[in-house]
Design a protein around this ligand. Structure first.
Ligand SMILES: Nc1ncnc2c1ncn2[C@@H]1O[C@H](COP(=O)(O)OP(=O)(O)OP(=O)(O)O)[C@@H](O)[C@H]1O
Ligand SMILES: [Mg+2]
Length: 227
C-alpha cells in the first residue's frame, strides 16, 4: 500500500513521515520510503542516521504515478513525503492519483487551517484531494485523515481546530475532514527530529499511538509477525 504524507506548506510533514515510518517498522511492517519534496530532507535524514528503518528514494516528480509507483514493492507499506501542495500541485496530484491513504499534517492555527481551503495563492489542498478522484481507478479520492501536530499541552487550539475541521469551519460551509484522535505534541525533541536518531522515547510514543489508531481504523493492515 501507499501512504501519502501531504500538507499545504511547512507543517511538520517530514517529521511525521520519518517517525511514522520508524513506528511502522518497529510494529513489524516492511516499509519503503519516497521523498517527493524537492528539498529532499527525508532522504537526507535516512542517509545521515543509523536507525532510520529504510533507504529513502528520491521521487520529486510530477510523473510519480507513472514512474515511481509502478516500481514499488506493493507488499510493503510505502510512505511518500510530499512537498508543499501550494507550490508543487503537479507532484501532489500525481501522488494522490495512486495513494491508498492520505495523511494531512496540520498545525492548529488560523493561517494553517486557512491554507487547507482558502490559501492567498495556489490551489487549496482540499481541491487537490477532490480533483484526484477523476484520475483514480476507483473514481473516488483516497481515504484522507488529518493529523494535528505541534499541539501545545493544555492549549485550547487543538480542540478548536478539530471542531472546525469536523464541522466545516466557522460557517459550516468549508470541507469536512476526518481528524485522527492521535495528536502530535509540540515538543523540542520532535522539533529536532529530522536528521537525528529516531530511537528516543519522545520520538516513539506519539507515533506508536498513531500506528495503533491507523490499525484500529483499518487504514493499515495488522503487522505480519514471523512465527
Ligand atoms: N511536533 C513538533 N513539535 C515542535 N516542532 C515541530 C514538530 N514537528 C515539526 N516541528 C518543527 O516544524 C518545522 C517544520 O518541520 P518539518 O521539516 O517536519 O516540516 P515540513 O512540513 O516537512 O517542512 P518543509 O516545508 O521544509 O518540507 C521545523 O522547524 C520543525 O523543527
Ligand atoms: Mg519537509
Amino acid at each position: 500500500m501507499l501512504i501519502a504524507s501531504i500538507k499545504p506548506r511547512t507543517m511538520g510533514g517530514t517529521t511525521n513521515s520519518g517517525l511514522l515510518t520508524y513506528a511502522l517498522a518497529r510494529a513489524g511492517h516492511p516499509v519503503a520510503c519516497y521523498d517527493a519534496d524537492e528539498s529532499l530532507q527525508l532522504a537526507a535524514w535516512a542517509r545521515e542516521v543509523d536507525d532510520f528503518p529504510c533507504r529513502v528514494i528520491e521521487a520529486d516528480t510530477p510523473a510519480f504515478a507513472e514512474t515511481i509507483y509502478t516500481e514499488m514493492d506493493h507488499s510493503k507499506i510505502n510512505i511518500v513525503d510530499a512537498g508543499h501542495a501550494e507550490n508543487h500541485p503537479d507532484i501532489v496530484d500525481s501522488v494522490l492519483e495512486v495513494a491508498d491513504l492520505a495523511i494531512v499534517t496540520l498545525s492548529p492555527t488560523e493561517p494553517d487551517y486557512d491554507r487547507l481551503t482558502k490559501p492567498e495563492r495556489g490551489t487549496p489542498l482540499s481541491k487537490l484531494i477532490r480533483r484526484s478522484a477523476s484520475l483514480r481507478a476507483t473514481g473516488q479520492p483516497p481515504t484522507t485523515v488529518v493529523l494535528l501536530n505541534r499541539c501545545q499541552a493544555g492549549a485550547s487550539s487543538p480542540k478548536k481546530y478539530r471542531g472546525y475541521l469536523t464541522n466545516g469551519g466557522k460557517s459550516g460551509t468549508d470541507p469536512v475532514w476526518d481528524v485522527l484522535t492521535t495528536q502530535i505534541p509540540r515538543w523540542e525533541s520532535l522539533a529536532s527530529a529530522v536528521k537525528n536518531p529516531c530511537d528516543k522515547r519522545e520520538r516513539r510514543t506519539p507515533y506508536d499511538a498513531l500506528v495503533t489508531e491507523l490499525t484500529r481504523l483499518g487504514h493499515i493492515p495488522e503487522p505480519r509477525r514471523n512465527v
